[in-house]
Write a protein that binds this ligand. Structure first.
Ligand code: MLT
Length: 234
């Protein structure tokens, strides 16, 4: 396992990339696919998103944590319920999360992980039998503690599965230690994080609560062509 912050350059060749943006992009992606969305197309820019739009698509995403003007949905997981998204293709653009997904497309496989689906993502990553690069999306090229915490949880879940050779780089070891230290205070860590404080100021505290739940979803969003679709081993 190599774990890198989004700003670092990583070698994705012949590897599985696990992209993490706990607040909120990869939590939203896992929630939307669990609620029955057909697929999610991650777009880097608002212009790219608009150019991809087909008549039946849901246009979604944020800038400065707020819904983009003229779009159908923002980046709050709670808005991605079955009534809103079932059977629909979603075009999603977010400030950091969808950008990180685009950075990892040289990998053999790309998985979107969050606290909500870390165990399922670990199981699926093992099934792919490749070295894994964990990419923490962070915030505007800065490290975000909630992503590091989730990287540590993902490593913990891999360790529980105890299959084959397992080696961590130093960043992975540090994130695992961070998770072990904060495992009993995940919600509080998110609430006190820089991204968390920003969301609280905007009245989005509820989103932090919902993104803090651990292993509540079996969904494994996996990139297939230009779209994230559901993979599930259980
Ligand atoms: C992002 O991708 O930058 C984040 O998900 C921002 C947000 O909280 O909406």
């Amino acid at each position: 396992i190599s774990s890198v912050n989004e700003a670092c350059s990583a070698n994705f060749h012949h590897k599985t990339a696990v992209v993490i943006d706990v607040l909120r992009a990869t939590s939203t992606i896992a929630t939307a696919l669990s609620a029955g969305a057909a697929s999610i197309v991650p777009a880097e820019t608002v212009m790219d998103a608009r150019s991809l739009q087909r008549p039946e698509d849901i246009m979604a995403g944020e800038r400065f944590c707020r819904k983009i003007a003229g779009f159908d949905l923002g980046n709050s997981p709670k808005d991605y319920h079955a009534d809103a998204v079932k059977g629909r293709r979603i075009i999603l653009t977010t400030t950091n999360g969808t950008r990180a997904i685009h950075k990892s497309t040289k990998a053999d496989s790309v998985i979107a992980a969050s606290l909500l689906n870390a165990a399922a993502a670990a199981k699926y990553a093992l099934h792919l039998q490749r070295d894994v690069v964990v990419l923490c999306a962070g915030s505007h090229d800065d490290f975000a503690i909630e992503d590091g915490l989730c990287a540590g949880l993902f490593i913990e879940e891999l360790l529980k599965l105890r299959v084959g050779r397992f080696e961590l780089d130093d960043f992975g070891t540090a994130m695992h230690a961070l998770f072990r230290d904060r495992a009993a205070a995940i919600r509080d860590t998110l609430l006190q994080s820089q991204s968390g404080k920003r969301l609280i100021k905007l009245g989005l505290r509820e989103d932090i609560e919902s993104c803090s739940c651990v292993n509540t979803l079996d969904a494994v969003p996996c990139l297939s062509g230009d779209s994230l679709i559901l993979r599930n081993l259980s």
